[in-house]
Design a protein around this ligand. Structure first.
Ligand code: PHE
Length: 348
């Protein structure tokens, strides 16, 4: 073999390597190729073997040619090894993959309780009318629930609210608030007019459960105090939110009534949607459902919080949230709100 023969041999072997190595199917095939192209019986070994028989000047040239060939082959082998190793790791991951998407039953998310939805919706309506939202405690003192609302001790009007007392303080001093009106007092105590605030919250009464009454229920209270507020503002506000909540075309009426903390006072009623005004068990045969009370803030209430009734006037209202939703959705018994039957709750 002369130098030219050695070169031809190595060039062919390198062509062979360039074709075969990238096509090797797996690491075993690569190992076999490595033996064939660089091992004891490879062209490289054959050239090495022949070097001693070459012209002395050609020997280093042939040696370098073998070195270059080896380096090129090893580079090709290394590249293919890396490729195959990556593919093998990938397919192993694929094989061992756990299909968690089918592992469990789908869980449905819950949603807000209807009463909470109603409350938020009404808050939105009132915020749209320019009101702020405030809250107060459910456990109240006699002062906030009665006394400051123009009902001194032993006032006969206290019997309008069957009260649940808490064993705290003196006898009948601490109670579960029977309405959201005590929050009016707290709001007024804390700041000066003008006041445009609604106060939603839970209330308690020693009531027997029937279609419309529950010992635990929710109200939303409204209070406006400013200069020159009139009964017309009250009626207009009630009209505005009745339409916003029940939709256009729904009728409501104000009937003269009595509350110690408002004068004059009125009851706010809507036509019973169950009998369309003909009288049924839900509306106790009257055709109307009472939603709440309202009226012009009594001067004595202003005096209790240090406002001057000569300077400011205002109106207040308080409505039951459960009843409002009963009227809008046709829920015939108030107990369905807290029976926790998902077939009912899921409907809203
Ligand atoms: N607090 C009264 C009730 O629960 C309702 C009401 C609120 C009446 C505000 C007048 C003014 O019955």
């Amino acid at each position: 073999m002369d130098l030219a023969g050695a070169r031809t041999l190595l060039d062919r072997a390198l062509d062979d390597a360039r074709a075969a190595i990238p096509a090797a199917a797996d690491l075993d095939a690569l190992d076999a190729l490595e033996r064939r192209l660089t091992g004891k019986r490879s062209p490289a070994a054959a050239v090495n073997e022949a070097i001693k028989g070459l012209e002395p000047a050609d020997r280093p040239v042939a040696g370098q040619a073998v070195g270059a060939y080896r380096a090129a082959v090893l580079e090709l082998l290394e590249a293919r090894r890396t490729e195959l190793a990556a593919a093998r790791a990938g397919s192993r991951l694929e094989q061992e993959r756990l299909d968690l998407t089918r592992g469990g039953r789908g869980r449905r998310r819950g949603h807000l309780h209807l009463v909470t939805q109603v409350r938020q919706e009404l808050e939105d309506v009132f915020v749209g009318l320019g009101f702020q939202v405030a809250e107060g405690p459910e456990v109240e003192t006699d002062w906030y629930n009665f006394e400051a609302l123009n009902m001194p001790a032993h006032h006969p009007a206290r019997s309008m609210w069957d009260t649940l007392y808490v064993r705290l303080g003196g006898p009948e001093e601490v109670l579960l608030r029977t309405h959201t009106s005590p929050v009016q007092i707290r709001v007024m105590e804390g700041r000066r007019p003008p006041i445009y605030t609604v106060m939603p919250g839970r209330c308690y009464r020693r009531d027997t459960l029937d279609a419309r009454h529950s010992p635990v229920f929710h109200q939303i209270e409204g209070l406006v105090v400013d200069r020159g507020i009139t009964f017309g503002d009250l009626a207009g506000t009630i009209e505005a939110f009745t339409r916003a909540y029940f939709g256009e075309g729904h009728t409501a009426r104000l009937r003269p009534s009595f509350f110690p903390f408002t004068e004059p006072s009125a009851e706010f009623e809507v036509t019973c949607i169950f009998c369309e005004g003909n009288g049924c068990s839900v509306c106790s045969g009257t055709g109307w459902i009472e939603l709440g009370g309202c009226g012009m803030v009594d001067p004595n209430v202003f005096l209790a919080v240090g406002y001057d009734p000569e300077e400011v006037s205002g109106f207040a209202f308080g409505f039951g949230l459960e009843r409002m939703a009963q009227m809008r959705y046709g829920i015939d018994h108030i107990k369905t709100y807290f029976e926790n039957d998902v077939r009912f709750l899921a409907q809203f």
